[in-house]
Design a protein around this ligand. Structure first.
Ligand SMILES: NC(=O)c1ccc[n+]([C@@H]2O[C@H](COP(=O)([O-])OP(=O)(O)OC[C@H]3O[C@@H](n4cnc5c(N)ncnc54)[C@H](O)[C@@H]3O)[C@@H](O)[C@H]2O)c1
Length: 432
């Protein structure tokens, strides 16, 4: 196996070709290794084979370059897993409607591997999950085959840190953390990763790697909640601008790192992963108070933004029941089109119940589906902006011309601190 990995001759299987799986598949293929992608979504598999990228971080040219040479081939037929020397599991780990972990995609993938497990394979779980999933859930399923970990096959957890839309830190230059079930599992997984990522940080067990990922995401969730609470306080006080406060605090060269307020948190990680930890903690009679509290503050933000919209309209003499509002940005973060758990969608949903006409624009989201209806992005031009009583900036995409938006809108609520000019018609979140 060492020789296969060192010579880049190992065949790599990737289960789940989404925001995590597809960029990794492409990077590994670019480094000269052969990759087979497996997905239950036949449309996605066909798109990959055609060189059509549905993920913002992978360009069509990049994808085409590796699919044309058959360095990356996608399929819905999982029998090919038997041929793979290394298998990465990159499937979703959502929560159910009671916010409890739903491991079904991970377990289904594990059973798909179990059926084809053979001597010498290295399995790496990448999906974010609670501590002890790798050893307590995945390992027993794989060992049902009679094969022994560390001797016949190898198993490790390696959390994914990809930050979609981030041009500076990508799959290949973001350090990665690896924890194998045995020392040999860790060593082989690290050897494989060094082929395309640097640096690699090995830890003593999968549990440490699983908890590391949850610490990173919970840290963000809690700090965003803290700054959202500060923003709400600044609004209540009425004469302190949170954005100026953050800029001033950021001049401290140690002990402070800036987080920014906004309409809430979204995506497949920050609002979900902490629930995996709080669920696991209850098994130990432990209540993760910070996680619950930060969820409460962050999940309240879309309501806060809608209430602010109603207040600003009313103060301007516009009756919300007759008002026209345009929302700018539906994706949960800048420069991508990912709508999963987007707080902007929540704002849209709540606002529709309280304001006569609500429309949206997002250069990355040409259409969306809300309550069974297809809604299309409307233009964001000088002529169109003038038609609305108020514009709410929800996602700070860099494609927007904020000077033009400020010039042609009648009233603006800026939840991202992007309008730098001090204008009476601009009401910033956290600035009274
Ligand atoms: N999106 C991110 O920014 C990010 C960052 C770090 C970690 N993660 C974690 O990575 C994991 C994957 O997230 P994602 O954003 O790539 O999800 P995604 O929804 O973008 O992609 C998941 C893919 O897996 C496929 N899939 C689902 N069940 C499957 C199965 N049983 N077999 C094969 N394919 C299956 C889906 O069709 C989809 O194409 C999650 O655990 C997530 O928390 C995500």
């Amino acid at each position: 196996m060492e020789t296969l990995i060192k010579n880049k001759k190992a065949l790599v299987g990737i289960i789940g070709l989404g925001y995590v799986g597809l960029p990794i598949a492409v990077k590994i293929a670019q480094k000269g290794m052969k990759v087979m992608g497996f997905d239950i979504n036949a449309k996605r598999a066909a798109q990959v084979n055609r060189g059509y990228s549905y993920i913002d971080d992978v360009t069509r040219a990049e994808l085409k370059a590796v699919t044309a040479k058959k360095r990356l081939v996608a399929t819905t037929n999982f029998n090919g897993l038997k041929k793979c020397d290394i298998i990465l599991i990159c499937v979703p780990t959502p929560v159910d409607k009671n916010k409890e972990p739903d491991l079904e995609p991970v377990l289904n993938s594990t059973y798909a591997v179990q059926k084809r497990l053979r001597k010498g394979q290295l399995i790496i779980l990448k999906s974010t999950t609670y501590p002890e999933t790798t050893e307590g859930k995945i390992l027993p399923i794989l060992q049902e085959t009679g094969l022994k970990v560390g001797k016949d096959f190898y198993l490790a957890f390696c959390p994914e840190r990809i930050d979609p839309g981030n041009k500076k830190f990508t799959v290949i230059n973001t350090p990665t953390v690896i924890g194998g079930v045995t020392a040999k599992c860790t060593r082989l997984a690290a050897l494989f990763y060094r082929n395309f990522v640097s640096p690699v940080c090995s830890v003593s067990s999968p549990r440490i790697a699983e908890m590391t990922k949850l610490l990173e995401n919970t840290f963000r969730n809690v700090n965003i909640a803290l700054i959202n609470e500060f923003a709400q306080l600044c609004e209540r006080m009425g004469n302190i601008d949170i954005w100026e406060v953050i800029d001033a605090a950021s001049t401290k060269p140690f002990g402070f790192m800036p987080f920014y307020p906004g309409p809430g948190v979204g995506g497949h990680c920050i609002p979900i992963d902490p629930y995996y930890l709080s669920w696991k903690a209850r098994e130990y009679d432990f209540h993760t108070v910070f996680i619950e509290l930060s969820a409460r503050v962050n999940e309240d933000m879309p309501y806060f933004v809608v209430n602010k919209t109603i207040d600003v309209l009313s103060a301007a003499g516009v009756c919300p029941g007759k008002a026209k509002v345009l929302l700018l940005g539906m994706a949960f973060k800048r420069n991508i089109g990912d709508l999963r758990d987007s707080p902007a969608l929540k704002v849209f949903e709540i606002m529709q119940k309280r304001i006569k006409t609500v429309r949206y624009n997002d250069p990355h989201v040409p259409k969306l589906y809300l309550h069974g209806k297809t809604i299309r992005s409307v233009p964001c031009t000088a002529r169109h902006l003038k038609k609305y009583d108020l514009v709410v900036i929800l996602t700070n995409h860099s494609a927007y011309d904020y000077d033009m938006i400020a010039k042609h809108s009648r009233l603006i609520i800026d939840t991202r601190g992007v309008i730098k000019k001090k204008l009476r018609k601009v009401k910033k979140l956290g600035a009274g």
